[in-house]
Design a protein around this ligand. Structure first.
Ligand code: PLP
Length: 440
């Protein structure tokens, strides 16, 4: 393979791939072309190393190229690959691990992406209840399926109103999706009061990480469970980010609230394409292979490489000697404490938050409970902080409200180096008058 220089490669890609990237949010300016990724380090085409907190939007939990996962994938690919009929031992093994780990999982399916999992969950909810509408929350992202593709990071003028993520979606698909405010049960009660007989499901990220880290109030999650039960609607936890990351059983294991359906994916294969959806036996039995009427299909579902990646990743996550959750929580706490100290010393208005492996620094004053509070975030400072941190060698996605991830491969030294950089970057931003420019 010839090694092209970064500029040439980016230009050639842009000629034949729209915008030169294969997913909307990959064009961040610099770095652009990557050569390798090992452990907590990614290396760009110029040979510059970065401590990776982007972690492929959180798909990397153990570190890049974890040997245990790559070896399992190699072995499985040589042995089996994809037959696409019946069932394999690997599919059964993964299903048993999921049912044992996730509290709401009596039955489970595997898919190839979080978006497909959400599609299956929403369709299953509609098919099972015979109802049309769903409720989602302003700020939550659930992938590219039409029904959920609205009201994520909305401008204040569009928040809670009409804000599709894309053109090309039929209005009908979006109009049946009602928008509520996170941590605000009244906003949900209001929608149920008006449309209760026609709401098939409430879907949420139990911790909305697509806007950083909104921490759920326990009464809110319990309230959603009660309201949905009262009205015969299903509760769907989209644990595509929180699943496996915060606990093997997802956030539902931590909060003790059990949804009817759970979607997951992202980190479960440590970078390999694998996702899934689980729920009660009663609801999951509505899929066609079980004799129900909701179609379940997917050529690549259950392929050996994906199954092996997930089984190996879950194996590491559940190994007490590895202590994955203890490791990332300790490093996350170290990062959050460090960032609190730095912003307080500099007098920068900031709310440092997150959970376990996820850390976020909003630049705003006051408390953060829902999306309404995030509209006070200094978006310019947020993106500029992440851009400058990346220049200093800590890769952080340079867009407002994007979160940062710590993996098993990160070390205390990585965190301390990043904190040193953060102190000098924030001081320089203060000198340069970068705070208080808001949405510029
Ligand atoms: N749900 C959540 C909470 C997500 O964050 C994402 C992707 O970021 C998805 C669903 C869609 O997953 P995928 O990109 O694998 O289709």
């Amino acid at each position: 393979m010839t090694t092209l220089d970064a500029k040439t490669m980016a230009a050639r890609a842009a000629e034949i791939i729209p915008g030169g990237v294969n997913s909307a949010t990959r064009a961040i300016g610099a770095p652009w072309v990557f050569r390798s990724a090992h452990g907590a380090t990614v290396t760009d085409a110029n040979g510059t190393d970065y401590i990776d907190y982007h972690a492929a939007f959180g798909a990397i939990l153990l570190g890049h190229g974890d040997e245990r996962v790559t070896t399992a994938v190699e072995d499985a690919s040589r042995r089996l690959g994809l037959v696409g009929l019946g069932i394999t031992e690997l599919e059964l093994q993964l299903a048993e691990l999921i049912v044992a780990a996730i509290p709401s999982a009596e039955m489970t399916i595997t898919t190839m992406s979080g978006s497909e999992s959400v599609l299956q969950a929403v369709r299953l909810a509609r098919g099972s209840t015979g109802r049309s509408r769903i409720v989602k929350f302003q700020g939550c992202f659930h992938g590219s399926f039409d029904a959920v593709a609205r009201n994520v990071i909305s401008a204040p003028s569009r928040a809670y109103g009409w804000d599709p993520n894309s053109s090309g979606i039929l209005d009908d698909a979006l109009e049946n999706t009602l928008i509520a405010e996170f941590n605000d049960l009244d906003s949900v009660r209001e929608l149920f009061a008006r449309h209760g007989d026609d709401i098939a499901a409430v879907i949420l990220e139990p911790v909305p990480h697509n806007v950083g880290a909104l921490l759920p109030e326990q009464e809110f999650l319990e309230g959603l469970r009660d309201i949905t039960r009262q009205h015969g609607a299903l509760l769907i936890f989209d644990e595509v980010i929180t699943g496996f990351r915060h606990a093997l059983g997802g956030y539902q294991e931590l909060c003790g609230v059990t949804p009817d359906l759970t979607t997951f994916g992202k980190a479960m294969g440590n970078g390999f394409a694998v996702a899934g959806m689980a729920g009660s036996r009663e609801v999951m039995s509505n899929f066609t292979p079980a004799g129900g009427s909701v179609m379940l299909a997917g050529t690549f579902n259950g392929n050996a490489a994906s199954m092996a990646a997930a089984i190996a990743t879950i194996g590491v996550l559940s190994d007490p000697e590895v202590d994955f959750y203890g490791h990332v929580r300790a490093l996350g706490d170290r990062m959050r404490a460090g960032m609190r100290q730095i912003t307080a010393d500099l007098g920068v208005p900031a709310v440092v938050t997150g959970l376990g492996s996820v850390f976020v620094t909003y630049f705003l004053e006051g408390e953060v409970r829902g999306y309404r509070d995030l509209m006070r975030n200094d978006d310019h400072a947020y993106a500029e902080f992440h851009r400058r941190m990346t220049e200093q060698g800590s890769l952080m996605y340079p867009m407002a409200l994007k979160r940062n991830h710590i993996s098993l491969a990160h070390t205390e030294e990585d965190i301390d180096r990043t904190l040193e950089n953060a102190a000098s970057v924030l001081a320089a931003m203060q000198r340069d008058g970068e705070f208080g420019r808001g949405g510029e």
